[in-house]
Design a protein around this ligand. Structure first.
Ligand code: CP3
Length: 340
């Protein structure tokens, strides 16, 4: 079988048409997502009942013929498997955040297959259901990001508890990061065995760190995961939104693809990352709230900035916004494929 376009682009090989998928493509901007979420009894039901998770993962492929389906789950599902009680409303809430030595000690490193069988079941079904040319994306959170949610207990703009621990108990933060790294590594290895063909590693809290702390508390652990996964042969997309000041450091990770957000031009980001580094991005998600003409214009601008080089996966610069009109996504896909 010839490789899927996303995999070819991730390997910096030439492709006929720029491949495209969207972060949060299975989500609240689609009416059919809300219908299935209702049937599943809420967001966690979608994550844990394979029939429903597979359905919402397939919905954006049916509508927009995107080049890949992403596993339906959340980066915090493995944190729950480590022993933390988790709810979503709609953001994640941990009943008992991890703040003290005893909280870190109590966390387990679970066996992914027995703790999260529903994830592997979804991946296997997705691979059996989708045509071979569509890729299956597995994912997890990068260790610093998952640890930050465990420490804060919820989304938090300043990550004050996390950064307090970093500067007062760096040893404790390292112990937590080691447990999260081990958990997520086993988890991703299980995802690859179950059918994931490319992996997305989300480091959404990295923006909070200065370069030296980013190196010590985020990059080191993300690098460990990427190195250990290299034996699977599956390409990895590393994405740290809001952290484009750290691009040169990200280029040292050995990830096949670096995600680029919309706050920097794609051409400039590629220059800073180097010619060998494939990239993903970077349409402003808000561009999909404008007119079809604006969508087309901004897609064109990004393709122009790429100057026809190999190694570009088209995506938004972060997740699709819930108020996005689905017609604008159709326009974006057609513009990327040169059909309009
Ligand atoms: O379609 C997909 O992209 C696959 C599924 C997916 C979800 N979350 C489902 C989801 C993926 C890949 C994620 C990743 C994720 N989750 C990240 C990293 C990427 C990023 O956005 O920076 C983070 C930080 C989380 C944690 C999380 N989950 C937050 C902060 C929130 C609330 C904020 C928000 O966007 O609503 C969630 C909830 C969540 N995860 C929803 C979905 C579809 C919304 C749930 C709902 O329907 O109510």
């Amino acid at each position: 079988m010839t490789e899927q376009p996303i995999i070819q682009a991730a390997r910096n090989q030439p492709v006929q048409t720029t491949p495209i998928w969207m972060m949060r493509q299975a989500g609240r901007f689609l009416p059919e997502y809300h219908e299935t979420k209702e049937k599943a009894g809420g967001f966690l039901g979608l994550c844990k009942i394979p029939e429903y998770g597979v359905e919402v993962a397939l919905q954006p492929i049916r509508r927009f013929d995107l080049d890949a389906a992403i596993l339906f789950s959340d980066i915090l599902i493995p944190a729950e498997a480590m022993g933390l009680e988790l709810t979503f409303n709609p953001g994640p809430v941990f009943a008992r955040p991890v703040r003290q030595e005893a909280d870190v000690d109590a966390l387990i490193v679970p066996d992914p297959l027995s703790a999260m069988p529903f994830v592997m079941e979804m991946l296997t079904t997705l691979r059996q259901t989708l045509p071979a040319e569509k890729a299956i994306i597995g994912f997890c959170g990068a260790p610093y990001t998952v640890a930050s949610y465990m420490i804060e207990g919820r989304s938090s703009p300043n990550l004050e508890h996390t950064r307090t621990m970093l500067y007062s108990r760096p040893d404790l933060l390292h112990r937590l990061l080691e447990k999260v790294t081990a958990t997520n590594l086993h988890y991703l290895q299980a995802q690859v065995r179950a059918g994931a063909e490319i992996i997305s590693l989300f480091d959404s809290s990295a923006y909070s760190l200065p370069p030296v702390a980013y190196q010590e508390f985020a990059l080191t652990y993300a690098h460990q995961m990427i190195s250990a996964l290299s034996e699977t042969g599956v390409p990895i997309i590393y994405f740290a939104p809001g952290s484009m000041a750290l691009l040169e450091q990200m280029a040292t990770l050995g990830a096949q693809v670096i995600g680029v957000d919309w706050r920097i031009g794609l051409g400039k980001a590629r220059k800073r990352l180097g010619a060998e580094q494939a990239v993903q991005g970077n349409l402003d998600p808000a561009a999909l709230l404008g007119t079809p003409a604006a969508v087309k214009e901004h897609v064109r601008r990004i393709l122009d900035e790429n100057e026809g080089r190999p190694g570009h996966i088209f995506n938004l610069g972060h997740g699709v916004l819930p108020s996005t009109p689905p017609e604008n996504v159709e326009t974006m896909v057609a513009a990327v494929r040169g059909e309009i």
